[in-house]
Design a protein around this ligand. Structure first.
Ligand SMILES: NC(=O)c1ccc[n+]([C@@H]2O[C@H](COP(=O)([O-])OP(=O)(O)OC[C@H]3O[C@@H](n4cnc5c(N)ncnc54)[C@H](OP(=O)(O)O)[C@@H]3O)[C@@H](O)[C@H]2O)c1
Length: 336
């Protein structure tokens, strides 16, 4: 199952809104084939693994391990449970049950009804953690939300006049671009768009650029630089222009409405990069799954815009040359 998780992780950034899945086929205590879901719309992990089975290996004497319950419905590809039944697999060992209402135990039931031995819940916590974005999306009907900010050693995010200040060092900036590539969308508030004019891209790390989202109820901010897919949530205007889309919201502009739009667009995860006002609105609504703070080791500001108070437990911290990276969350399980 640990190998399934390793394989599945290779799909990070390319399978959303699908979950990350890896599968291995074991014959006489040896892995004889393995595969993972590589790209959204492409074959799932199970057919990819079965396709690499060496000829002559009898599948009815093999066990297939997979970190997520095989699907039972026809989506972009035929159901994997049906494939495993048709191929006469001997046994199936599963990590997490699929929370997608189209599956949710049906894949397991199909296999058992066909007489296949099924074991479930193996390394369940690690398998659930691997697909935390997919599980949150399915269970809470909103994207998985990471709040992120950088602050001076004494806790300030910006000077009082809101002018742009470079807080984090080079290593943390590269790390941030890697984080961005892992999420489906990045969000900022109007004042940050005005003061920082950020690109919000992943130029310092490999991986795709996430969708950019600006909360700008009164259309105060200029268009962000860079020609990447961008949503501007506002209360005045609905229109499309190339990669930029203005979405007209209700006058009372609520974070929950923003999240509903992102959910309907099948965005599994969102990183909120500030500023403080925007972060406070997410925290006030309880819309947070994880917090990451890049705290400068040297810079002290003494006054300015304070970072939000954190009520989640500190899970771990990491050191770079210039910064301490603090991770806060609800649970301690990691999938590594
Ligand atoms: N250190 C860091 O990590 C970091 C990160 C980002 C930004 N910053 C700095 O932070 C400063 C800006 O932060 P800020 O707190 O002043 O502003 P901000 O959070 O960037 O933007 C706040 C504005 O966004 C709109 N907005 C955001 N969420 C909303 C919601 N839920 N509902 C309605 N409107 C919403 C509102 O615009 P209206 O006023 O038009 O209604 C609000 O006034 C800048 O100096 C920037 O450089 C620092």
């Amino acid at each position: 199952m640990r190998r399934c998780i390793e394989l599945a992780q290779q799909g990070q950034g390319s399978v959303s809104p699908n979950p990350m899945v890896g599968a291995v086929v074991v014959y006489h205590h040896q892995i004889v084939a393995e595969g993972w879901h590589q790209v959204f719309g492409g074959p799932h992990a199970e057919p990819n693994a079965l396709a690499l089975l060496p000829s002559g290996v009898p599948l009815h004497d093999c066990t297939l391990y997979v970190n997520l319950e095989p699907c039972s419905h026809v989506g972009k590809t035929p159901p994997c449970s049906r494939l495993l039944i048709d191929k006469n697999i001997g046994k199936v060992v599963i990590g997490s049950t699929d929370p997608n209402p189209k599956v949710n135990g049906r894949g397991i039931a199909m296999l058992r009804e066909a007489g296949i031995s099924v074991e479930t819940g193996i390394l369940k916590d690690q398998c659930d953690a691997l697909n935390k974005r997919f599980f949150t999306y399915q269970n809470l009907k909103r994207p998985y939300i990471v709040l992120k900010w950088a602050c001076s050693n004494d806790g300030f995010m910006a000077p009082a006049n809101r002018e742009r200040v470079q807080i984090s060092g080079e290593e943390a900036r590269v790390m941030l671009h890697r984080w961005r590539a892992e999420e489906d969308a990045i969000l900022i508030g109007a004042t940050t768009a005005i003061m920082d004019k950020p690109l919000l891209d992943t130029r310092l790390a490999p991986g795709k650029n996430p969708l950019r989202v600006v909360l700008d109820p009164n259309l105060r901010a200029p268009q962000l630089p860079g020609d990447f897919q961008t949503l501007i949530m506002n209360t005045r205007l609905g229109k499309n222009e190339g990669n930029f889309e203005w979405i007209k919201m209700r006058q009372d502009f609520a974070v929950a409405d923003v999240l509903e739009i992102l959910y309907n667009r099948q965005l599994l995860s969102l990183m909120v990069e500030g500023g403080a006002e925007t972060l406070h609105r997410f925290l006030a609504g309880g819309f947070v799954d994880e917090i990451r703070v890049i705290r400068s080791k040297k810079l002290r500001m003494q006054t300015g815009v304070e970072g939000p108070k954190i009520s989640m437990p500190l899970i771990k911290s990491e050191e770079t040359n210039d910064d301490t990276i603090e991770y806060y969350g609800k649970e301690i399980v990691t999938c590594g």
